[in-house]
Design a protein around this ligand. Structure first.
Ligand code: DX5
Ligand code: ZN
Length: 221
């Protein structure tokens, strides 16, 4: 059985007490901090940047930080996020003029690199870069907001990407983001995902450990 990673999205955390809230979710059993960066240009919402990532590191958060860049342009932020303590940096191929260059830039700065596919973004962007990727992230909602419903067509897309990863022989995480809940995580895993972003499902519940435990139970079935 694959080693599954649960990555709560801090988009739904309490921004006024972010350090405490992130510490609590990690102590509740989360593996990775999912960090949604939005610029009110590539997506119609505005969140936080490298300063907030750095502040979480200074607060003492040691878990991997998975920076999901929903910004255009992308490149100038990469050195900044690497300095701020990012572990993984993912970006949307449509938001980069030179996808191969952006991937190289992420890796040169010592981070793991990933491409993100919106629900209607075709997979051909994978064609010439598979061997450079550490993560492939499929969006199962249109990016910009937490709390949306999982788009079911993503299951078929996950299966296609899972086949491509297995055929490539590379060690690539298949991450899913948007509308992941206790009641659909098993089906999403069966389609091939091994890293699960969950924002509202975790942070909108009083007991984070209970939700994360329920997710792991679903994944163990
Ligand atoms: C959406 C973000 C997601 C979002 C997921 O643009 O990339 O990470 O926070 O939120 P939920 O889990 O509530 O769908
Ligand atoms: Zn995200």
């Amino acid at each position: 059985q694959p080693q599954y990673l649960i990555a709560p999205s801090i988009l739904s955390a309490d921004f006024a007490r972010l350090g405490e809230d992130v510490e609590r979710v990690i102590k509740s059993g989360a593996d990775v901090v999912h960090f949604d960066v939005m610029d009110n240009h590539y997506v119609p919402n505005l969140t936080f940047g490298p300063m907030v990532c750095k502040a979480l590191r200074e607060y003492g958060i040691e878990a991997p930080i998975d920076v999901h860049l929903m910004v255009k342009p992308v490149d100038a932020l990469i050195p900044e996020f690497a300095k701020a303590g990012a572990s993984i940096i993912t970006f949307h191929p449509e938001a980069s003029e030179h996808i191969d260059r952006t991937i190289s830039l992420i890796k040169e700065h010592g981070c793991k690199a990933g491409l993100v596919f919106n629900p209607a973004t075709p997979l051909h962007y994978l064609d010439y870069v598979m061997d450079k990727l550490d993560v492939i992230l499929l969006m199962s909602v249109n990016p910009g907001f937490g709390g949306q419903s999982f788009i079911p067509q993503t299951l078929d897309k996950l299966k296609q990407v899972r086949e491509r990863i297995d055929a490539s022989g590379h060690d690539i995480r298949l991450e899913i983001d948007g509308g992941v809940k206790v009641d659909n995580i098993a089906e999403i895993a069966a389609a091939g995902a091994d890293m699960f972003v969950a924002g509202s499902a975790v942070f909108n519940q009083p007991d984070y450990a209970e939700v994360i435990t329920q997710m792991r139970e679903e994944l163990a079935k």
